[in-house]
Write a protein of this length. Structure first.
Length: 174
């Protein structure tokens, strides 16, 4: 049986999470998964979430924290993910927030991903240099449910794209 943190300890661990600073790939993913497994199922309070998603944390840090909470099954972050999706300007982070929303069952997350992919396939001006590998990473790291896997397979088929990395290990959700 896995021992879980208290919400207070989980908050501290999230705020201080660095992952494997030398590895932005599988080591970082593994560190996120390990922390997600330690987070208790008890929802975080609004005050705790405000600390987790504070503006001073920076966009990548907030996205990493949100990803860990999604991996731990914390749907109370949906309003934060939705707001961050609307505020974000970088495609990789926008896609991450949409995938988080979808993973937590929010249809608007799936719709955002569908709309994005259609724009990508039309080669719209702001997506001409977008690397589809970023979208694949979002699916393999965040949107891991059956519907997400089916979307990714369809997107890869339509784009004639074959990812060349192995599937990431995911934490067991409560």
């Amino acid at each position: 049986m896995t021992k879980h943190y208290s919400n207070k300890d989980a908050l501290h661990a999230l705020v201080n999470f660095l992952g494997d600073a030398d590895d932005s790939g599988s080591g970082f993913s593994r560190a996120m998964n390990e922390l997600a497994e330690l987070i208790p199922a008890e929802p975080f309070s609004k005050q705790q979430l405000d600390v987790i998603f504070e503006q001073n944390a920076g966009p990548t840090t907030r996205a990493t924290r949100a990803t860990i909470l999604v991996k731990a099954g914390h749907s109370e972050i949906l309003p934060y993910a939705n707001n961050l999706l609307k505020e974000e300007n970088h495609w990789n982070l926008k896609l991450s927030y949409a995938a988080m929303m979808a993973q937590l069952g929010d249809e608007s997350g799936y719709q955002f991903l569908e709309d994005f992919f259609k724009r990508y396939m039309r080669k719209e001006e702001d997506l001409k240099h977008f690397d589809l590998e970023e979208l694949v990473y979002v699916f393999e790291e965040i949107l891991i449910n059956e519907r997400g896997k089916a979307m990714l397979a369809r997107f890869c088929d339509e784009a004639d794209y074959r990812p060349d990395w192995q599937e990431l290990e995911q934490p067991e959700l409560p």
